[in-house]
Design a protein around this ligand. Structure first.
Ligand SMILES: Cc1cc2nc3c(=O)[nH]c(=O)nc-3n(C[C@H](O)[C@H](O)[C@H](O)COP(=O)(O)O)c2cc1C
Length: 346
């Protein structure tokens, strides 16, 4: 295994074996107001939604996690089977590994074998700064073609870069790189955080570019600082072990980030709510706060590393829970979720 492959493998293994969640899940601070007279039938609820011009049968996306080492192929395939069955969106992890090691391409491209309505390609933002504009355009197209992606995700992961022993904490020029890519890439771009959230100011800046949407990737779920803490511990790297602990809970809570991004963009850019979504209730809360779709990563990683049946049954449960919530708040369409009453303690 080369260095990138073993890092990808370790990220997944640590996530599966250790508790890498933030100490507090902020979805517990959001309560939806029960409607004792919903006046709709649960079976009549229309779950479908449009995102980036594609129809999803449920407002759910499997957030990008993996690819780039042998075992990732099966994980991505199990996720793809569930995404096809329920006609929901799906992303893959950063595709840099496949660009550097073409023998790993099939660990991502396996998802092309499935009829998934919305597929997201993925690269870390520091990579596009490093490549420069021309090479970024070329590589972005390769990554899009690799999985027949409809949307290209640029992932902001500077928390991880800052505390990871091999991290590249070079953010200078990042905004302009994203801006130019948005102008010249023929595929819509989503800017996504990966656990530290997007603030009002950042969203306002991004709203002046040609990006197509924002995945808030907020705090409260998987903590990359926690993952790096455990990785550093494995190699007795005391400094990064400590850094991981110090920054374990760093970031803007996902519910707060949805509100910040929505306000900053006048609710005009589609918002994906990833970060700490454990079940259909959390997903429904994100819709009530104004997200267009919920994104789930960690909650699907364990089932996907087991089997396709385990993955299908987890997605099925999440979707049934969203339906139950929509019934209990009296929303027979996804768009009506924004009108339901919410109590916030964040
Ligand atoms: C093992 C693992 C690897 C990940 N790799 C990526 C990645 O390559 N690119 C990315 O945009 N997000 C990546 N993420 C972040 C997730 O997409 C998501 O934003 C984050 O885990 C928060 O969601 P959760 O609380 O549901 O896990 C990864 C998450 C996990 C658990």
């Amino acid at each position: 295994m080369n260095q990138t492959e073993s890092r990808k493998d370790e990220h997944v293994r640590v996530t599966l074996e250790k508790d890498v969640a933030a100490e507090h899940n902020y979805w517990d601070d959001v309560k939806l107001i029960h409607n004792a007279l919903p006046e709709i039938n649960k079976s009549d609820i229309d779950f479908s939604t449009q995102l980036f011009g594609k129809k999803l049968d449920a407002p759910l996306i499997i957030a990008g996690m993996t690819g780039g080492y042998d075992k990732a192929k099966k994980i991505n395939e199990n996720l793809a089977i569930a995404a096809e069955k329920y006609q929901i969106g799906m992303g893959v992890g950063s595709q840099r590994a496949a660009l550097e090691h073409p023998e790993q391409i099939d660990t991502y491209s396996v998802i092309k074998d499935y009829d998934i309505p919305l597929r997201f390609a993925n690269i870390g933002a520091s990579q596009i700064v490093l490549w420069g504009h021309k090479k970024s355009l070329e590589n972005a197209q390769k990554m899009i073609d690799m999985i027949d992606a409809h949307v290209f995700i640029v992932c902001l992961n500077f928390l991880q870069e800052a505390i990871q022993s091999e991290g590249e904490a070079n953010a200078k020029g990042c905004f302009n790189a994203v801006k130019k890519l948005g102008e010249d890439l023929g595929t819509p771009i989503v800017v996504k955080e990966s656990g530290a959230g997007i603030s009002y100011d950042v969203a306002e800046r991004l709203s002046k570019t040609k990006i197509a949407g924002i995945d808030v990737g907020g705090a409260g779920g998987t903590s990359f600082a926690a993952i790096e803490h455990f990785r550093a511990k494995m190699i007795d790297d005391k400094l990064h072990e400590r850094g991981g602990k110090t920054f374990w809970n760093w970031g803007i809570p996902t519910p707060a980030s949805i509100l910040e991004v929505g306000e900053a963009t006048d609710w005009k850019l589609p918002i994906i709510a990833t970060g700490g979504i454990r079940n259909g209730l959390d997903a429904a809360k994100s819709l009530a706060l104004g997200a267009n779709c919920a994104g789930v990563a960690h909650a699907l990683l364990k089932p996907a590393s087991k089997s396709k049946d385990a993955t299908i049954s987890e997605v099925d449960a999440i979707i049934k829970e969203i339906r139950a919530v929509m019934f209990l708040v009296g929303a027979d369409k996804v768009s009506k979720m924004m009108d339901v009453g919410v109590d916030l303690w964040i």
